[in-house]
Design a protein around this ligand. Sequence first.
Ligand code: GLU
Length: 498
Amino acid sequence: MSVRTRIAPSPTGDPHVGTAYIALFNMCFARQHGGQFILRIEDTDQARSTAAAEQAIFDALRWLGLDWDEGPDVGGDCGPYRQSERGEIYARFAQQLLDDGHAFKCYRSAAELDELRAGLKANGENRALKRQDLELQDAERQRREADGAPWVLRMNVPESGKVVVQDMLRGEIELDWANVDAQVLLKSDGMPTYHLANVVDDHEMRITHVLRGEEWINSAPKHQLLYKYFGWPMPVLCHLPLLRNPDKSKLSKRKNPTGIRYYERAGFLPEALLNYLARMGWSMPDEREKFDLAEMLQVFDINRVSLGGPIFDVEKLSWLNGLWIRESLDTGALADRLIEWGLNRENLLRVLPLVQPRMETLAEFIPKTAFLASGKLALAPEDFESLGLERERQVELLQFLLWRLESLPEWQRDALFEASKALAEAMEIKLKDFLAPIFVAISGTTSSFSVMDAMLLLGPEVSRARIRDVIELLGGVSKKQAKKLEKRYRQLEAAGDS
Ligand code: GLU
């Protein structure tokens, strides 16, 4: 049987370095065994999934030099490879579970679920909700059914006892059924949850090895049980260690940029970023730091993955990137890379309309646009003094803006401007004062061309990373403050909606 692996990203937000890291190991494992590597789009969360985010995943992974044998954009025998196009398949298998008595319709409302959980807690029962907790008396169930009340499909899970799952790297992992809830498989809108869709697809796409992040370990018992209910062979599981911030916490954009496109824009070479991701938890037999994908493929052995949490450290990545620039590119190749990266006619044509009105000599072009070709800006807290607003207020508005920008479905000039203007109005700040700290955060100065155009050119990852950097520079937002700010932000949003 041929080895088949897959990566199953959800098309929400910026493509994450963690996705590329998992993709790389799946691809190497499949190639090393002469098998296939599949890309499947898990877009069952219709509210958050976008076509642009899906395209961004393809582009970012390809930019890194990864490619797949089957997927929504390349086809294959096991399609469709987009979960949103597989609704009938999930409905069929959900019905099978229901018919076989492995799953049940649950009519409980959110308030009832809270109450049931509180009841367990009050009883000192530290366990998840099970079928017997959730099922209604016959008459009540029939009443809700007749009323057409919303329901979800949940799976039966054992009440207690140990469950063992096998992991290729970790051996036997023992978990407790008491902590596993009667997982929802179909939501009230009829869409499958991750768990049902993932198991059905892995089976239907003949996946033999599931290499995924360790955050999915707790889902493994449910998946194992679903395979058993269906009577299907279970793929081999392998939970890779999660990427971490230098302080060992789970890699988060608050501490490090996590978007692949950030690194692309900030001038990292794809070979270097891929090399660095390969070094996350894995090493060459001779421990050398710098190697390319072909070299990795030649000697790849999954058993060389070490389970300690690999640290994603931008300084170390920059050092490795420097090695690539100095050792692997001759001057001509470096010139070509620079042109390809940013110094091309297409880019000039995008930037020039904004700077031309402000230029007296050609020589002014580079200083006036240098901020567009930088990753992080070298700013100091003093740069934000005398901008009209108190520091605290600046932090607040930058944080609010960041939240708004994070929820923008598309990065378009009008949307950016509307989001900023509406926020300034809601916060009762004059637009000029509101924009001043944003100008400095994004362009390094208040005397540049429109900050909306600058954000548009820089793209979402770099723009948001710069705003995050400035929030930190101005003292950051503690957990406690974040709670307060969040509350105020929600009030503003609610006021804006009414
Ligand atoms: N859609 C899941 C994710 O976004 C896939 C997890 C898995 O590989 O099973 O990470």
